[in-house]
Design a protein around this ligand. Structure first.
Ligand code: TPP
Length: 672
């Protein structure tokens, strides 16, 4: 405890000299909670932290030198200077990465704990995880979602609420209608404990019993512990703000009189205390010397660890090459997805599939059919908790499992945006390669039969914008299988976008396992007059358009990039260098989207070529429900053909005479 107190006092002392140029959230006054809990944990037990994480980091045995160097923003920091105080990590000592977004780590810890439960089934040894968070975090939706899931799955973890009754400058009475956090949590059917006086021995005793209980009877988990405590310093930064209005000075004085470090100091002989003090001062000075000596990271480090490398090279002989028809079967897109998942699940027991309704009788349009043979640990439905379930997937992936999380509509992923954008995509970089997040997120885009405003959105541009995230949108069954296998084997989060209208489309797919190469697109139809780059279902419309155009003597080359990020710009560039014209037909909105990215890249990479550019996509409106408007909302083969004629200066052609068979659209009768 003294080490934590003195370490933070040292931070406060040096902070004014600007050697630490990032926010610090000190926990001076709260040390007894971290120490009481961590003291009963084994080295291989796990803690999960918030941004106010110094105390837990030190109490769990985190490397002090690397911690200080991280605060100094140095290369030898625990995350090479990319994390700072708010994202400290030390997996060697069982310390998961902290997060600056309140509540985020709670579902992530829950996912890690799910992995620990599975690990114990094999090893016979149950490790325990403690997820630390503040009282404010209990107001976040993901907290309730995570508790619900942990209680449902009886996970071997402790939810540890450090209730300092403050969230920044907002006292708990102004945020919560009652002071009964434990009582609220008990309704999930789990054991709860509350320590109200900050007594370190009581905290330790409660923790010891809880950890014993979880190790001996993991099925009795999770356990919730609430510890009242008090922080003496300002919310963020080094100074005291005791006279600010939000503080109750009476409360402060009460906690100061009860200070556990003073209490323990009084219990020690003077010489023993001095010896401890000398040791503590030395350790801190050593860490400062270490931090000062370390260099700042440079340009090379800026670009390091954006994406996690593959564990191994693709092994199949037939990687991305043409298979002969006899090795292939004509199957549906959804069957191809199921095949991809099944072949990886057979190969790697770490792969599992979960999500809303994945295990019901409809099996997500049959795309999870056959996976049930792996048992309920590897195919399971979830509560309606997109946010926390994504966090669970992230946590399980951080452990080393390979989750495939399924969303029946991409629209619902907006509820999971925090976990995807702030955690999944960033973790590898933010923690400087200490861990990776091998996660596949299946996202279905709806269309037709009145899917409307909130069941139709394609958000690939949004996710492709985020460094650390891959996005793929296969447009046929063959690619769906190969891309699924590649996505599962990749060590990064992959958004796997599936168009509802493609579900029943058939193509020849190799029966054996094969991988599509990440970031490689393909020319679907060769041509010389114009390049059409079409995304997802628009590939079908663009190919139809190319055939219409052929009838009037226009030769269009159609490219399916397959991967949105990374994008096969070389393939597109080669085509545009030949045709001098590019039309991007996105399966999404035009403004600020992938079409802008593709065209900009082409212009940048072919600076001396005169290129004619154009793009199409959804109308700049919300998707309407009625068919008459919906038909106008989406590009189709005729509107694409018209656009190209206009680009080529051809007369407007009356395509109405052409009989277009759009099987996937005609066949889809809903309701979903
Ligand atoms: C999702 C989110 N909302 C708001 C914030 C701004 N914020 C940072 S700390 C904090 C208070 C959190 O209080 P609590 O969970 O009790 O933890 P404490 O700071 O007391 O340790 C808030 C609102 C944030 N970082 N993340």
């Amino acid at each position: 405890m003294l080490l934590i107190r003195k370490f933070e006092e040292k931070i406060a002392e040096v902070y004014h000299t600007d050697v630490i140029k990032s926010p610090v959230h000190l926990s001076i006054g709260q040390e007894a909670v971290a120490v009481g809990i961590c003291d009963v944990l084994a080295k291989d037990d796990i803690v999960s932290n918030t941004y106010r994480c110094h105390a837990t980091h030190i109490a769990k045995g985190g490397n002090l030198n690397k911690m200080m160097a991280e605060l100094y923003g140095k290369k030898d920091g625990c995350a090479g200077g990319k994390a700072g105080s708010m994202h400290l990590i030390d997996m060697e000592h069982g310390i998961m990465g902290a997060s600056a977004v309140v509540g985020t780590t709670i579902p992530v810890a829950t996912g890690y704990s799910l992995a620990l439960k599975r690990e114990a089934k094999k090893t016979g040894k149950q490790r325990v995880l403690v997820s630390f968070f503040g009282d404010g975090a209990t107001e976040e939706g993901c907290f309730s979602e995570a508790i619900n899931f942990a209680a449902l799955h009886k996970l071997p973890m402790i939810f540890l609420c450090e209730n300092n009754k403050l969230a920044i400058h907002n006292p708990i009475e102004r945020r919560q209608p009652t002071n009964q956090i434990c009582e609220r949590i008990a309704t999930y059917g789990i054991k709860t404990y509350r320590v109200t006086d900050g007594d370190i021995f009581k905290i330790r005793e409660v923790a010891e019993n809880a950890v014993k209980e979880l190790k001996n009877n993991p099925e009795n988990g999770p356990i919730f512990i609430e510890c009242f405590t008090y922080r003496y310093r300002e919310h963020v930064g080094p100074t005291e703000d005791l006279n600010e209005e939000y503080r109750d000075l009476g409360e402060y004085k009460k906690w100061l009189a009860n200070d556990q470090i003073n209490r323990l100091s009084e219990m020690l002989e003077v010489e023993d205390l001095e010896e401890i003090n000398t040791q503590v001062v030395k350790e801190i000075q050593d860490s400062i010397n270490f931090a000062e000596k370390s260099e700042f990271p440079g340009e090379k480090e800026l670009y390091q660890n954006v994406l996690a490398p593959r564990d191994n090279k693709p092994t199949e002989k037939k990687l991305n090459i043409q298979h002969s028809k006899k090795d292939q079967k004509l199957i549906r897109y959804v069957d191809a997805i199921a095949q991809g998942c099944i072949s990886e699940m057979e190969r790697d027991e770490k792969v599992f599939v979960f999500g809303l309704d994945v295990d019901d009788h409809k099996k997500i349009q049959d795309s999870t059919a056959g996976i049930e043979k792996f048992g309920s640990d590897r195919l399971f439905g979830t509560p309606l908790s997109e946010d926390a379930m994504t966090g669970v997937a992230v946590g399980a992936a951080m452990y080393g499992l390979r989750p495939i999380h399924v969303h029946i509509r991409m629209d619902f992923m907006t509820l999971a945006a925090n976990q995807l954008i702030n955690m999944a995509a960033k973790a590898h970089y933010m923690y400087n390669g200490v861990l990776s997040v091998p996660l596949v997120v299946r996202a279905m885009i709806g269309r037709s039969w009145g899917q409307g405003a909130q069941h139709s959105q394609a958000l690939h541009s949004l996710f492709a914008h985020i460094p650390g995230m891959r996005v793929v949108a296969p447009s046929n069954a063959h690619d769906a299988k190969g891309c699924m296998i590649a996505s599962i084997r990749d060590n990064n989060p992959v958004i796997f976008m599936e168009h509802r209208l493609l579900c029943n489309s058939k193509s020849y797919v190799p029966t054996e396992s094969f991988e599509m190469e990440i970031g490689k697109g393909r020319v679907i139809k060769e041509g010389k007059d114009i390049t059409i780059v079409a995304i997802s279902h628009m590939t079908l419309e663009a190919t139809r358009a190319a055939h219409h155009l052929e009838s009037v003597g226009v030769s269009a080359e159609v490219i399916d990039p397959i991967w949105i990020n990374p994008l096969d710009i070389d393939l597109i560039k080669k085509s545009v260098a030949k045709t001098g014209k590019i039309l991007v037909v996105d399966n999404g909105w035009v403004e600020f989207g992938v079409s802008a990215e593709i065209i900009t890249k082409i212009c940048e990479e072919l600076p001396n070529t005169k290129i004619q550019i154009a793009r199409m996509g959804f109308a700049p409106t919300t998707c309407p429900t009625t068919r008459s408007l919906e038909d106008l909302f989406y590009p189709n083969s005729k509107t694409i053909s018209n656009k190209i004629c206009a680009m080529l200066g051809r007369e407007k052609i009356n395509w109405e005479k052409i009989n277009v068979i759009n099987e996937e659209l005609e066949e889809f009768k809903g309701p979903f």
